[in-house]
Design a protein around this ligand. Sequence first.
Ligand code: SF4
Length: 246
Amino acid sequence: MQNTQIEKAIAWNPWHGCKKISQGCKNCFVFNMDKRYGRDTNIITKGKTTYELKDSKCPPNSLIKLCFSSDFFIEDADEWRDGCWDFIRRRKDCIFVLTTKRPERIKDCVPSDWGEGWENVYMSVSIENQEMADIRLKHFLEAPVKHREVFCSPLIGPISIGKYLDTGLIKCVNVGGEMAPKKDVRPIEYEWVKNLYLEAKERNIEFYFHQSGSMFLRDGKNIGKWKLKEQIECAEEIQKELENSF
Ligand code: SF4
């Protein structure tokens, strides 16, 4: 997504907690974070202080990313979602970004005046391997969404999504590796990233490799990094290299 006019980036977590639904969830950071505090992530709770977002915190042209510590379309939040839609409907001067692993629920969870989607809402579906790409992208493309992005993260296997990109309905492809302790982390491979880059480039679709992950294999060697900052730098270097090579 192009963010040249964004004044402020804001994280909005109206509820907390989630349930693991596929391999991509195995090392979910929300579960890892909650474990440290003895909290049960499987219990979804409405945020006492975070459910309502104050207008005063959102200047015009804010970029508001929802549900870092949950999934916006999780069943347990069905009673609470309308309050979020009310805010999103009213603040057409801001951009809202929703990421989900449950795109099959989108059509039943949008408000009655949603139509084909609101101009100020970007939705992103998260996929980790070919199986999930084929299941989730089918639902995602059928759902009424104005701006669609794909998040191949954590990428744990080779994916080809060319036929989904050919629909012209996906505006951006993001790719990232997994950040997890050595004993648990699953590798991402350079060739997988390159193939997704080429699939996006051939169709003139935006592409971002945003994070190398803790184990990034290139020519059989792990060039992944431990710290997030280093993972971002590593991914930026690879992206530049791809842009210069192809
Ligand atoms: S859907 Fe997202 S937030 Fe929920 S368990 Fe999976 S990775 Fe974690």
